[in-house]
Design a protein around this ligand. Structure first.
Ligand code: NAD
Length: 470
């Protein structure tokens, strides 16, 4: 069995569920494959109505689901509520996207045949998700998979099991039986799913993502993996420093920094003192505590181990000459770490290179904008960069030089628009983008079709067919 516990009240066991092995996963995939065969032939408008039904059911349960999210993964209440609003919008968006053109026609070589392509579903989508966006990520994978005519088997992170089960419970009355299933368990359950699915979408850490991508590729199954980040915010001297500090503080520390898009490095061009001072003030002003209290923007990290990792990283950084400017200590109750700022480290320091996944940001000075870009790019990750400046010409130039999948100007690194392509470069991503219109390409394959005349009663094309004037 696995269990998920509240990170704020670790004695509170939110749910226990089976740690499913290969046989149970195989049974789920078999049922899903049967359901997919029928679902593929359901007309797209009817599929759209079903997904609309799912959206409505999740919307009706949104208050309960946001409370569950706060309890199970410690997401601050306002963010949890916003995630539920986004989740409903995601289902509605993909319900409609299912009605988009599913192919195109081309001029044929003989002028008489019909040459076209259409997109067809893969079958069973195996979806492996992390715990940190326990409603949005399972939804932005399963909604497009279903909209395109696939079935979906979701393997959520053990820490977010209750959320996944509850979401699937909302969807069930609106979908054919077996079309969307949850398999619960640890990494082994995910491995079994990768071995059986027809298309695999993963979000999580780099190590797990690469293992998933390797296994799927070996089986010749299309795969995408969205993984970690080590995201920089570049602050130019002409930026509104107070404003930039407030935005960076929120992006670094909100939800205890547990977002792939969190800011982990503030790269300050020129004299770092004024911005650093503003950033320390902004970080210290953030309300931290029980995520169920609407005022709080940061609560606990997900587990006791995660807290040890964050505190250990701070300790190590200290031993290498890092100065802790704010936080750096645990707080009770729950697995809380106070929002932590560190400076005095080299850009090549481990803390400025690797993802720690906690409320931790390193301040790094840069002599000029060129130096800042090379620091920002000088990590193995490539998810998102933000640039703070009031000179938009400068912003345009620098945007073209950062090597991350997403770049933002005067905006936080965190935050995702579900209708735009989302993903990173370098170690942050493997395979095609997800979300927006990109999702449709991933969850379908292309069939090119030539429809030629039978040859019986062969006759020349009619004048009406060739003259634009008719
Ligand atoms: P994780 O990699 O530990 O787990 C993710 C999922 O993969 C879980 O369901 C887990 O059980 C499963 N898993 C682990 N090893 C596996 C294997 N070998 N085969 C199959 N499945 C396996 O990640 P996590 O701790 O749940 O989430 C945090 C990580 O997710 C961070 O690195 C964060 O940056 C990343 N993340 C990335 C994005 C993005 O879109 N780029 C979004 C959110 C989180």
């Amino acid at each position: 069995m696995i269990e998920s516990r509240s990170p704020q009240r670790p004695d509170d066991v939110v749910v226990t569920a089976p740690d499913m092995g290969r046989d149970e996963v195989a049974a789920a995939v078999r049922t899903a494959r049967q359901a997919a065969l029928a679902w593929t032939n359901v007309p797209a408008p009817a599929r759209a109505r079903a997904l609309e039904g799912v959206a409505g059911a999740i919307e009706a349960a949104a208050a309960e689901l946001s409370d569950l999210m706060v309890r199970e993964v410690g997401k601050p209440l306002d963010e949890a509520r916003a995630e539920m609003v986004r989740t409903v919008a995601i289902w509605r968006y993909y319900a409609q996207q299912g009605l988009d053109p599913d192919g195109a026609t081309y001029p044929s070589a003989d002028g008489r045949s019909l040459l076209m392509h259409r997109r067809r579903p893969h079958g069973v989508a195996g979806l492996i998700t992390p715990w940190n966006f326990p409603a949005a990520i399972p939804s932005w994978k399963s909604a497009p998979a279903l909209a395109c005519g696939n079935a979906a088997v979701l393997k959520p992170a053990p820490e977010a099991t209750a959320m996944a089960l509850r979401l699937a419970g909302c969807a069930a009355p609106h979908l054919p039986e077996g079309l969307l299933q949850v398999v619960t368990g640890e990494a082994g359950t995910g491995q079994a799913l990768v071995g059986l699915a027809d298309v695999v979408s993963f979000t999580g850490s780099v190590a797990a993502g690469r293992a998933v991508a390797r296994a799927a590729t070996e089986q010749g199954v299309p795969v995408q993996a969205e993984m970690g980040g080590q995201n920089a915010s570049i602050v130019l001297p002409d930026a509104d420093l107070e404003q930039a500090a407030a935005v960076v503080a929120g992006a670094a520390m909100g939800y205890a920094g547990q977002k792939c898009t969190a800011t982990s490095r503030a790269v300050v061009v020129g004299d770092p003192a004024p911005f650093t001072e503003a950033l320390v003030a902004a970080v210290e002003a953030l309300p931290v505590g029980d995520p169920a209290e609407p005022a709080n923007v940061s609560g606990p990290v997900i587990t006791a181990e995660a807290r040890s990792v964050v505190l250990g990283a701070v300790q190590e950084a200290r031993s290498r000459g890092g100065r802790v400017l704010a936080g750096g200590a645990p707080a009770e109750p729950g697995w809380t770490v106070l929002p932590t700022l560190v400076d005095g480290l080299d850009p090549g320091d481990r803390l400025a290179q690797e993802e720690v996944f906690g409320p931790l940001c390193v301040v790094l000075p840069a002599q000029d904008a060129d130096g800042a870009v090379s620091i920002a790019n000088g990590v193995r990750y490539g998810l998102v960069t933000s640039i703070f400046t009031s000179d938009l010409d400068r912003a345009l130039e620098l945007m073209g030089r950062v090597d991350t999948g997403m770049v933002k100007v005067n905006a936080p690194t965190s935050g995702v628009d579900f209708y735009a392509p989302f993903g990173g470069e370098k170690a942050s991503s493997l395979g095609p983008r997800e979300q927006g219109k990109a999702a449709r390409h991933f969850y379908t394959w292309t069939q090119t079709i030539t429809l030629a005349p039978s040859g019986r009663g062969d006759r020349p094309p009619s004048a009406g067919g060739t003259s634009p004037r008719g």
